[in-house]
Design a protein around this ligand. Structure first.
Ligand code: FAD
Length: 528
């Protein structure tokens, strides 16, 4: 339906957690967990979802020992929870050991940039092995290699199960993967032996690794013959041995809900005019920025605090808002300037924004109402769209009302909005990879911006670079394809052709931007 999410409970082989279930699921769990905290509106999360789903399918049999979960931090009802877990960027991967007794925010376990399926699978194994003896999930057999002498002692003795021995090098994960693949099967035990005892290997006739040696229940033994020495070949061979079958385990408990209904409400489509700017988008974006994105930072200090202060200063002077919102920004700015602290708990800021100011009628909407930033699905567009619009609006405001910045220390700086945007994106924007791309562009050419008009054009040009890069990306809303903007229907004069090649008329583009992002082009429809 409309409310389709990146991951579907019951359909994807992973556990979809939410505010009401996550703590209970993790606390005192008999299995370890790997959680992906994502945001349904983050392009990289969308792009990564197929990999994560594939991983979950690949290690589905490991569930009694280690489980895969997801939590959508882009869902309003999960905002608070993601804050508690200290999630600053999406996607964030956290590992949780089995049998934790108290709330923990989990471990950024060997959080590398490499998110290859195979690497994550190996990290899961390392993580399992990092459990203490007592806290190891009961469903997880020992994963360390056993001495070859132990194997020999099993030969020619009857037993009620098969013993499979994966012989491999010390850096191979195949043995451990096969062990875990078989944990839900009965009448078989899988062990691993390292290839260090050459004489022993020779005796067993093992000439290549990895290999799998099998001891039958009657005590006879021999090397198994497999087409390719791969995990999947070993596992499926062992699963299909006569007498080996899946244990009848009671279904793993699904996390119980503490509250809240299934799914999200489907919002009715709001008609809008794409030639206009909607205050509802700007205010919703500001709400999200102040109460959600920034609020994931527990305290602000150093460069972050400076960035926040400067940003609020510029907003209070340039945001073309309604009286209560401008008043809120001004009050916040004065408060920040008056504080002698070099470290501010973000809760103090939230308290000011949410409670203190309300009393005097100073108020910013506290729910989200996308209009020009609506997506055809809930995970598309929204906040990032509003952030672009906010910064375009600020560059235009700086250019059409340069006097507004007098006495701020920014009055003679044509790059003021761009620099603040750059710092904001760098320190606070939840999409880390976006921030990296943006930083690269800034490094390359932001310095060359010498006038406020050029700043308007710089941001326009860079936004089009991003549009070009994202065209066809999974984060693209099919209803709002990534195109070079403004399109000819919005601004025919902006487009020229020189010797058969498209070219922008920058004089016209500047004029168009100054009109489009001007306060007189703002509509208040749908703004509460
Ligand atoms: P958006 O690109 O968000 O644009 C919003 C609105 O701005 C458009 O509807 C249009 O009215 C107007 N607009 C469009 N182009 C221009 C322009 N050139 N000049 C002025 N106005 C314009 N997502 C990723 O997946 N990967 C990234 O690397 C990435 N980097 C980002 C960097 C930044 C700084 C930001 C703010 C966002 C980034 N995003 C990235 C998100 C992405 O750019 C979009 O915001 C998101 O995909 C939603 O797209 P949208 O269709 O709402 O249009």
């Amino acid at each position: 339906g409309e409310a389709a999410r990146l991951y579907r409970p019951g359909e994807d082989p992973l556990t979809v957690l939410e505010a009401g279930t996550v703590r209970r699921a993790l606390l005192n769990s008999s299995a370890a967990w790997v959680l992906q905290f994502y945001s349904s509106s983050c392009g990289h999360c969308i792009g990564f979802a197929p990999t994560w789903r594939a991983l979950a399918g690949d290690v589905r049999d490991w569930e009694p020992a280690i489980r895969i979960g997801v939590l959508d931090c882009g869902e309003e009802e999960n905002y608070e929870t993601c804050k508690e877990y200290g999630i600053l960027y999406y996607p964030t991967f956290r590992y949780f050991k089995a049998f934790t007794k108290q709330f923990t925010t989990g471990e950024n376990y060997k959080a590398g940039s490499d998110r290859e399926l195979q690497t994550v699978r190996q990290m899961m194994i390392d993580f399992l092995q990092n459990h203490s003896q007592e806290s190891r999930p009961p469903a997880c057999p020992p994963l360390d290699p056993i001495p070859s002498s132990e194997i020999a002692s099993l030969f020619d003795k009857t037993s009620h199960h098969y013993t499979a021995i994966v012989v491999e090098s010390s850096n191979s994960y195949v043995g451990r993967e096969v062990i875990l693949d078989l944990i839900q099967y009965e009448n078989i035990m899988v062990k691993r032996v390292l290839n260090s005892d050459k004489a022993f290997l020779e005796k067993l006739g093992i000439t290549s690794i990895p290999s799998c040696y099998l001891i039958y229940p009657n005590g006879s033994h021999g090397l198994i013959n497999i087409l390719k020495p791969l995990r999947s070949f070993f596992s499926s061979y062992l699963k299909s041995l006569p007498g080996v079958r899946r244990k009848l385990v009671s279904q793993l408990p699904l996390p119980k809900k503490q509250s809240k209904q299934e799914g999200t409400e489907i919002k009715a489509w709001k008609e809008f005019d794409k030639a206009k700017l909607y205050m509802a988008d700007l205010e919703s974006g500001l709400h999200y920025l102040l109460r959600v994105e920034l609020a994931t930072h527990k305290t602000l200090e150093g460069a972050e605090l400076k960035t926040f202060k400067d940003f609020v200063t510029v907003l209070s002077k340039l945001f073309p808002g309604r009286q209560p919102v401008v008043k809120l920004l001004e009050t916040l700015q004065e408060w920040l300037v008056s504080l002698p602290l070099d470290k501010i708990p973000y809760d103090a800021i939230l308290d000011l924004v949410n409670n203190k100011m309300r009393i005097s009628g100073i108020f910013l909407t506290n729910h989200i109402q996308w209009v020009g930033c609506q997506g055809s699905k809930p995970e598309l567009r929204g906040y990032t769209c509003s952030l672009w619009k906010l910064f375009h609006t600020l560059t235009v405001q700086a250019a059409v009302r340069p006097k507004a910045l007098i006495n701020t220390g920014f009055e003679d700086n044509p790059q003021v909005v761009l620099q603040i945007m750059r710092r904001y994106i760098q320190h606070f924007f939840g999409c880390k990879a976006c921030a990296q791309h943006f930083e690269e562009m800034a490094k390359e050419s932001m310095e060359s911006v010498k006038t406020l008009d050029k700043a308007v054009l710089w941001l326009w040009e860079k936004h089009n670079v991003v549009n070009d890069r994202l065209a066809g990306d999974p984060s693209e809303d099919p209803k709002f394809p990534k195109v070079q903007w403004p399109t000819p229907d919005l601004c025919p004069e902006c487009h020229d052709e020189i010797k058969g090649l498209h070219s922008w008329n920058e004089v016209q583009v500047l004029q168009f931007l100054k009109h489009h992002y001007h306060h007189e082009n703002i509509l208040y429809k749908y703004a509460e």
